[in-house]
Design a protein around this ligand. Structure first.
Ligand code: HEC
Length: 184
């Protein structure tokens, strides 16, 4: 218990430092004023996200009502299980990203889960490292396996971590859950 608390305090402190250094470096305005500080290099990760992911997912991580998952305020839930971490790194658009530098891709993912994800990442979740990304991105999902993988994973995240039931949907308020048989 004590170790976990210490970890949370250490994370809170490092987030505070990241926030302070971001301010002193006169970082450009984040795309969404609701963004929270996150570990990693703020400016590079954010613009990488906008360039490589924002066209589909929206620069603030919310593309609803387009039929693809909202990242804002909820993508951090996947960090609560090892399978969820791995899921994020094995997504085709992540694993096969044109960003070949694994530290840079880890920073982008950290921006996504801790920045766009806001409070959805569990307290004490460890940031991605380049070494971790390098080891896992060599096994990307195919788009055929992706929907089924997400369906199974989301049930675990809801049951074991207490994520909201709306995680089953692409975005809260979506009319119908995606069909497991359809290739995504
Ligand atoms: C060409 C459009 C496109 C681009 C570019 C793209 N994505 Fe996606 N992304 C999707 C679609 C579509 C899905 C849903 C996949 C499915 O379930 O079939 C998805 C799923 C995801 C998910 C899963 C979220 C969840 O709730 O399951 C994450 C995380 C994600 N993308 C992150 C990224 C990141 C990070 C990048 C940039 C490196 C990126 N995406 C680039 C279209 C895109």
């Amino acid at each position: 218990m004590q170790g976990r608390l210490a970890l949370q305090l250490a994370l809170a402190a490092s987030l505070a430092v990241a926030a302070a250094s971001g301010l002193s470096a006169a970082a450009p305005e984040p795309p969404d004023p609701g963004l929270r500080p996150y570990p990693g290099q703020m400016n590079v990760a954010q613009s990488d996200y906008v360039e490589h992911c924002g066209g589909c997912h929206g620069i603030g991580g919310d593309a609803a009502p387009a039929d693809l998952p909202t990242l804002k305020g909820r993508v951090g839930w996947f960090m609560c299980l090892p399978e969820g971490r791995s899921y994020l790194m094995r997504l085709p658009n992540v694993a096969r990203s044109r960003i070949t530098d694994n530290d840079q891709l880890a920073d982008l993912l950290n921006f996504m889960v801790f920045g766009l994800g806001g409070g959805s990442a569990p307290a004490g979740a460890k940031p991605f490292t380049g070494a971790e990304v390098a080891a896992v991105r060599v096994s990307p999902f195919t788009s055929v396996s992706l929907v089924q993988t997400r369906t199974v994973l989301v049930e675990q995240v809801i049951r074991k971590c207490g994520a909201p039931a709306s995680l089953r949907l692409m975005y809260p308020g979506q009319k119908a859950a995606p069909k497991a048989t359809k290739a995504g």
